[in-house]
Design a protein around this ligand. Sequence first.
Ligand code: HEM
Length: 252
Amino acid sequence: MAQDNAPSPADGARLDFSKAMSYGDYLHLDRMLAAQQPRSRDHNEMLFIIQRAAFKMLARVARVMAQLNQSWDVLATLTPAEYSSFRDDLGAASGFQSFQYRAIEFLLGNKDAVRMEPHRHRAEIFTGLDALHRESSLHDEAIRLLRRRGFTIDRECVERDWRAAYAFNESVCEAWVAVYRSTAGNWDLYELAEKLVDLEDAFRQWRFRHATTVERVIGLKRGTGGTSGVNYLRRVVEVELFPELWRARTAL
Ligand code: HEM
């Protein structure tokens, strides 16, 4: 079990899929996604087709997350025996290789270059993820907005290598505390803060339900993607996307 707790960022996950079936290959995602052919350039049409991602409106994203979270109730009815009957056929394929999930994490601000590795053999996917990795995230942009609105924010938060993992910053926390103390004068920032907390709340619930469902289906077995399984998933439940917004509550 010592290996399960090794401090490797990818926790032993298989990272090379140039010669093996990834989960996207298994689901034939490219064929499925190719069926989405919007006839206009309006992003609402895509929502209409796939009833999913619309990152523009955080309220909508929250509703999408609520729906995703509910779907765990259905998957939780899968018994260990039922899952075991086809698990071996998955080979090394796992949700760990979801580039869409990594894209969401990068967009939100949870950056980690190792998570791009399973896609190195697929140039167009790797390039897309790499671009998101280098760009500022939703969290970075919220912090930049605080600074533009006159709050004192440390320079290293607004001008930095966006690829680096974000670490809690006191000046950002103080700015959010000030927003919450004077909501009338900062109504839009206050609204943004609450939307971000809603989003992270929903995301945490998704991670938690995933870890719990996986535990009831496979116990403490290793994942098909090679990680320690539930131990790995429990650790990602602890990821904080917007740490200052949570810490600000202690100061209020
Ligand atoms: C019985 C059903 C499921 C089982 C047993 C399962 C198991 C696992 C395990 C063990 C991992 C860790 C990586 C590995 O070593 O494989 C993982 C990761 C992941 N799974 Fe699942 N999973 C299930 C359902 C789902 C569903 C329904 C989704 C999405 C709709 C999903 C999405 C993901 C994602 C995105 C990751 C990567 C998480 C991260 O790295 O933070 N899984 N899954």
